[in-house]
Design a protein around this ligand. Structure first.
Ligand code: GTP
Ligand code: MG
Length: 166
């Protein structure tokens, strides 16, 4: 079985699939495909340990009851908003409360402000992201899945390490 189970959550269109695909293949997807959810298995050598991560890419529009199954399945969460989408940022705080409620604990997560390449459209400041991450006691990354995304692997690995530490 997997060493860590990670669920990627956030509003529709914020770039969840683009982040996952960038992490797994180092490529960027331009096409917008409202995802059918899908689990990816990622095998790697991390901190000199053979490591198997399972990553569930969820569909942002799906807030149905079966999302609860996804939440229970996972051990850690990547909470994504887009820096040019205020509503997607506001949705994250609500989402975190929901996760804590379902898991009956303060869940482990990483906060990601995606699409930083769209600077001219920015609606959420870096400070606001950092503040929210502090409130949620989690790491914070601003990323661009389209612009190289050098730091994207690190956010997945950081969460993986947090999961293993607990
Ligand atoms: P759902 O699966 O519907 O919930 O959406 P999603 O969160 O998976 O978003 P997706 O990865 O499909 O990306 C939505 C759109 O935003 C696509 O057209 C992507 O190419 C684009 N996109 C994703 N990440 C970035 C980014 O970092 N910068 C820019 N400019 N566009 C991005
Ligand atoms: Mg998607």
């Amino acid at each position: 079985s997997a060493d860590s189970k990670i669920c990627v959550l956030g509003n529709p269109g914020v770039g969840k699939s683009a982040l996952v695909v960038r992490f797994l293949t180092n490529r960027f997807i331009w096409e917008y495909d409202p995802t059918l959810e899908r689990v990816y298995r990622h095998q790697t050598l991390l901190d000199e340990e053979p490591t198997l991560m399972e990553i569930l890419d969820t569909a942002g529009y799906d807030d149905s009851i079966h999302q609860e199954g996804n939440i229970r399945w996972a051990e850690g969460y990547i909470l994504v908003y887009a820096i040019n989408d205020r509503l997607s940022f506001e949705a994250v705080a609500t989402l975190k409360q929901h996760l804590d409620q379902v898991k009956k604990t303060s869940v482990q997560c990483v906060l990601v402000g995606n699409k930083v390449d769209l600077l001219h459209e920015r609606r959420v400041t870096t400070d606001e992201g950092e503040l929210l991450a502090q409130e949620m006691a989690c790491a914070f990354f601003e990323t661009s899945a389209s612009d190289g995304g050098e730091d994207i692997p690190e956010l997945f690995y950081e969460l993986h390490r947090d999961i293993k530490r607990r």
